[in-house]
Design a protein around this ligand. Structure first.
Ligand code: SF4
Length: 218
């Protein structure tokens, strides 16, 4: 695709997303504007359906919504609140470890730098980028499986891994789109540009898409 078409693509997707469910962490950021909640709900969301993450986050934040209260909960209590999110035992352990580090090393404040966030247990680039963009409204591009897949399908970039996608997008994607790019593509990827057999016949950006690697579509 012509690189310039990214402006039209972003504009069209932004006009369509109100029709679709908002990804869970965007929802948390919009409703709470609290980096701690963005961090914890993103940790909970990994390998977990949005509805499950949403309910688990609500139950957990009712018990504790800051690092010190969270550390006051036992691992068992956290597990009970977050079950059945994926890897709930590991996540409960990680949440306690994160809160311990936030209190002992960061004065109870969630860091706003990717490199510092990556030092926290269980926090990878995706989570770190989401905290920076959604929790602090700072530039960052959160690349998950949807962003990686769709950017390549469009023919906007040609990369092999999400980390490589992040590096290339940082050079290519206009910075004004960085913060929203993830939310737009996650919604779009969940509803139309699905991993297997995307709904190309209903796609609002079909005329701009090279459909790289798309073998089967609906
Ligand atoms: S045309 Fe198909 S592959 Fe391209 S963005 Fe739309 S749904 Fe995805």
């Amino acid at each position: 695709m012509k690189a310039d078409n990214i402006h039209k693509i972003v504009r069209i997707l932004a006009s369509q997303t109100p029709k679709w469910d908002v990804p869970i962490v965007t929802l948390v950021a919009e409703t709470s504007n609290d980096p701690f909640k963005v961090l914890i709900s993103t940790v909970l969301s990994l390998r977990t359906k949005d509805e499950t993450t949403s309910e688990a986050s609500k139950r957990l934040f009712k018990l504790a919504d800051n690092p010190s209260d969270m550390l006051g909960l036992t691992e068992k209590e956290i597990i009970k609140a977050i079950y059945p999110v994926g890897f709930y035992k590991t996540k409960a352990k990680n949440i306690r470890s994160i809160c311990h580090d936030l209190l002992s090393k960061y004065g109870s404040k969630v860091p706003d730098e990717i490199d510092e966030l990556l030092k926290l247990k269980g926090v990878g680039r995706k989570t770190a980028n989401l905290v920076v963009t959604l929790g602090y409204n700072k530039p960052g591009i959160c690349v998950d499986t949807h962003v990686h897949r769709i950017s390549n399908r469009l023919g906007y970039i040609k990369t092999k891994t999400p980390d490589e996608t992040e590096t290339v997008l940082r050079k290519k994607l206009p910075e004004k789109y960085w913060v929203d790019y993830n939310s737009l593509l996650v919604s779009f990827g969940q509803h139309l540009c699905r991993p297997i057999s995307p709904f190309c016949s209903r796609c609002p950006i079909e005329k701009y898409c090279d459909r790289v690697g798309v073998i089967k579509s609906r």
